[in-house]
Design a protein around this ligand. Structure first.
Ligand SMILES: Cc1cc2nc3c(=O)[nH]c(=O)nc-3n(C[C@H](O)[C@H](O)[C@H](O)COP(=O)(O)O)c2cc1C
Length: 176
């Protein structure tokens, strides 16, 4: 089983990237979770250049061949970061996310956990035809106090929530 992981944050010491790494570490042996990075290198989406360039085609291929996709994103000004929205816009007409099982996470140092970004992300993922249910998404508040300085998640309840999210995604991939 191949799962693509996409961080909405481009920051090198991103809490969201560390969350995705923590999920990858929880995965059983037959499940391979690969980070799809470089969203900042994709050109700005324009319908005039909808066929895309090499980077866009490579991004579309990586998403297309994944059995499922996990997103983890911060909230920027009550929405999802522009680079993540731009990347998703490139997938609208080409359809790689259509019928694809997904899981979505938002994380923030604030107690709200980036819940408005998560709601916005799920709306966009609905428009793209992805498959998810009520157990497919979580927002994690107070994230800085749930990680050690090196980015390891130390909060047991958060680790359990990530494990449940991954189990739910694997089940939906296995039983379409
Ligand atoms: C431009 C900008 C806007 C932000 N807006 C919000 C916001 O609306 N809500 C929120 O909870 N956090 C906001 N934050 C704080 C982020 O949640 C915080 O920086 C978080 O750690 C980013 O995730 P990362 O570590 O994965 O990069 C904002 C941060 C930046 C840089």
């Amino acid at each position: 089983m191949n799962i693509a992981a996409i961080s909405g944050s481009l920051k090198s010491a991103s809490t969201n990237i560390n969350i995705l790494k923590a999920i990858a570490a929880l995965a059983p042996e037959h499940v391979h979770i690969a980070m799809v990075a470089g969203l900042e290198k994709l050109p700005h989406f324009s319908p005039d250049i909808e066929t895309g360039d090499e980077l866009v085609n490579d991004f579309r291929k990586r998403i297309g061949k994944a059995d499922g996709v996990i997103f983890s994103t911060p909230e920027y000004a009550f929405g999802i970061p522009g680079s993540l929205k731009n990347a998703l816009d490139w997938l609208v007409s080409s359809g790689e996310l259509n019928e694809k099982p997904i899981a979505a996470i938002s994380a923030s140092p604030l107690y709200s956990g980036g819940d408005k970004a998560l709601a916005s992300l799920l709306l966009t993922l609905t428009a793209l035809g992805t498959r998810f249910d009520a157990q497919s998404s979580i927002s994690i508040g107070n994230i800085k106090n749930k990680m050690s300085p090196d980015g390891t998640i130390t909060d047991v309840a958060t680790i359990q929530a990530l494990q449940s999210l991954l189990t739910n995604l694997m089940e939906r991939i296995s039983k379409p």
